[in-house]
Design a protein around this ligand. Structure first.
Ligand code: GAL
Length: 308
């Protein structure tokens, strides 16, 4: 697979799974991400011997909704002034498994589809990795803005990380045991540095955090930072890759079977976005670059072929 291209699934259809995540569960590798076709919000694929197989649109405009103890907006479509109901915006879905409740829990970024002022986190759950998720609504964690986001587990605790205060700061929240709400704000990172698209991985006791700058769909300079613990002190951000992060923005980091770190990103709108300035979401492709990380410094290795 070529970096930057729109990859195809094993049925020959374009993969729509942007800003997403991977989940390894019971011997299978799942890939979730944004899907803006028709009624879809989030798609789920599974890795088979010959490539990615589409399994389900796990969150759509018609998903079941169910309130929890967290007071939240349950609308998956927004009614506008002429009475029409439009799609809301669901971005950067991340799915993890909660061993205690045996539920698959998805956290994501929600906006109302009219403007980008709600800045909410949203939560959904399911009994299987690829079933129809039940939507539990959108809310501002502890009253804060919550935009680009991710989940990260360390020492058996799950954390939700999202851009807050008009993207100026990056908040780290410890989640409650069932992962349905935040428990505590445990760290504020890079205050006033305006970092987005957070992606974490842990290697040899070190936490590597890669973020992007804040230029909407346009690619910009990624940075990396390192800490012993997600609740601890992170090093000063240093540049990673070139000024466009090789025409990509981070979606997630993972370790492949050899233990190598892979940076997985989106090439929003295709490679010519910087020239045309015309954003077409359907042209967005994927990038997978190797990250060389020695516990202190990180380097993004450019390649034409996706590094898996
Ligand atoms: C980016 C963000 C994307 C999307 C986009 C919208 O900065 O990382 O997930 O929200 O802005 O302009």
């Amino acid at each position: 697979m070529k970096n930057g291209e729109k990859w195809l699934d094993i049925d020959g259809n374009p993969i729509e799974a942007h800003g997403g995540c991977r989940l390894y569960h019971e011997g299978k590798l799942y890939w979730y991400g944004e899907d803006r076709r028709g009624d879809n919000y989030v798609s789920c694929y599974v890795l088979e011997k010959n490539g990615w197989k589409f399994l389900n649109s796990v969150l759509t405009t018609n998903s079941k909704t169910q309130a929890t103890r967290v007071v939240a907006n349950l609308d998956l479509r927004k009614e506008i002034s002429n009475g029409d109901k439009i799609r809301v915006i669901i971005e950067r879905p991340k799915v993890v498994y909660n061993k205690k409740t045996k539920k698959f829990v998805m956290w994501m970024h929600y906006e109302n589809g009219v403007d980008r002022q709600d800045a909410c986190a949203a939560v959904a759950t399911c009994d299987t990795p690829y079933g129809d998720f039940v939507y539990h609504g959108a809310f501002n964690p502890m009253g804060h803005h919550s935009r680009d986001c991710t989940l990260f587990e360390q020492n058996g605790k799950m954390y939700f990380i999202s851009s807050a205060r008009r993207n100026a700061d990056l908040h780290v929240y410890l989640l409650q045991d069932d992962y349905l709400n935040v428990a505590r704000l445990v760290n504020v990172l890079f205050s006033n540095e305006k970092r987005e698209a957070p992606a974490f991985v842990e290697k040899d006791g070190k936490v590597l955090l890669i973020t992007s700058g804040c230029t909407g769909w346009y690619p910009n300079q990624a940075t990396f930072s390192v800490a012993d613990s997600i609740t601890g002190d992170f090093t000063v951000n240093e540049n990673l890759g070139d000024e466009t992060t090789y025409l990509s923005q981070s979606a997630f980091l993972y370790k492949n079977e050899k233990g190598e770190i892979v940076f997985f990103g989106d090439r929003w709108g295709g490679g010519d976005l910087l020239q045309t300035r015309e954003f077409d979401y359907t042209k967005s492709g994927y990038c997978a670059y190797k990250v060389e990380f020695d516990g202190e410094t990180a380097k993004l290795v450019y390649s034409d072929e996706a590094f898996c």
